[in-house]
Design a protein around this ligand. Structure first.
Ligand SMILES: O=C(O)C(=O)Cc1ccccc1
Length: 296
């Protein structure tokens, strides 16, 4: 079967790089071929899988500097038929790409909001009066750079090579350990090859709304997890968008949903929640799984 993997485009995005990493691992370890399909936004990427235009999607879910990618969480909550199959954590090293003679000639900088946010201290220091323009992805503005010698974009080294554009400044992210977690998402019940690394922790991501804003609404589900000795690796709240002050909770557990004590925990939690969604149980694909480095 030839799989299609949806991701944020145009080609050269960090998300495409993560998708390519998975594709190469898949082909090397199982012989299954796959093709990459770029979409204009992460929400459209996920909808492509929900509508069966693509079998898989790779989406960014969390950055070590900027926190959760809220559009990904919100869209996963809205789309019922999707399942997280795998996580990938990729280092992100931003470059400033431009055809300008020097930094002094730059008037505008384009990037995905995450790219602009992850380099804000650098931008304030080296390009304090430059206009920052958010784009749908780090690669969306790259085709304009050859025409506009006063424009720059924050993107990856790989993108600079793909579009044959010069890098005018390197390592411009504010924190050197910058990395992003991506999720590989499929339709429910699609069996997907997962790395079989025995010592690797399994995660389960869940999301729930609570029936009312009352004392203990969040504490009760958390107490269940504590009592059953299930460790949390992340908790995030998002507005329900129904009324101000009402929240959904996204929680990552260090356990597999098929384990009996996790099944009991989830059954008990469902009695305290309004809607409970099990987003998936998955491994993290180690970035050395291919034996070759992938860097921004
Ligand atoms: O725009 C991209 O290249 C993306 O894939 C989104 C993104 C942006 C910045 C860091 C990580 C992911």
């Amino acid at each position: 079967m030839n799989l299609s993997i949806a991701h944020l485009g145009p080609p050269g995005t960090y998300t495409e790089q993560a998708a390519l990493f998975y594709l190469n691992w898949l082909t090397k370890s199982t012989g299954v071929e796959a093709m990459l399909c770029p979409y204009p936004s992460n929400a459209q990427t996920l909808r492509a899988v929900a509508q069966k235009e693509a079998q898989l999607a790779v989406v960014p879910v969390e950055n070590s500097i900027e926190g959760s990618v809220t559009m990904t969480l919100d869209t996963l909550w809205q789309l019922d038929s999707l399942q997280v199959q795998l996580a990938l954590v990729m280092p992100i090293s931003h470059k400033l790409i431009s055809c300008a003679q020097s930094l002094e000639n730059i008037k505008t900088v384009y990037s995905h909001p995450q790219g602009l946010a992850q380099c804000q201290v650098w931008l304030e220091k080296f390009l304090p009066s430059v206009e920052r323009i958010p784009t749908n992805s780090t690669t969306e503005a790259l085709l304009q750079l050859k025409q506009d010698l006063t424009a720059a974009a924050i993107s990856s080294q790989r993108a600079a090579q793909l579009y044959n554009l010069p890098i005018i400044a390197s390592e411009i992210n504010d924190y050197p350990g910058n990395c992003t977690r991506f999720w590989l998402v499929s339709q429910n019940h699609l069996p997907i090859s997962q790395p079989t690394v025995s010592e690797c922790t399994r995660y389960t991501s869940i999301a729930f709304s609570v029936p009312a804003n009352i004392p203990g609404a969040l504490a009760k589900p958390l107490q269940v997890l504590a009592r059953l000795n299930i460790n949390l690796s992340k908790i995030e709240s998002r507005p329900t968008k129904r009324s101000l002050g009402e929240y959904l909770f996204f929680i990552d557990l260090e356990a597999d949903a098929s384990q009996p004590h996790v099944q009991s925990a989830l059954a008990e939690i469902s009695s305290y929640t309004e809607i409970l969604k099990i987003l998936g149980s998955y491994n993290v694909l180690p970035m050395n799984a291919l034996g070759e480095a992938v860097s921004g």
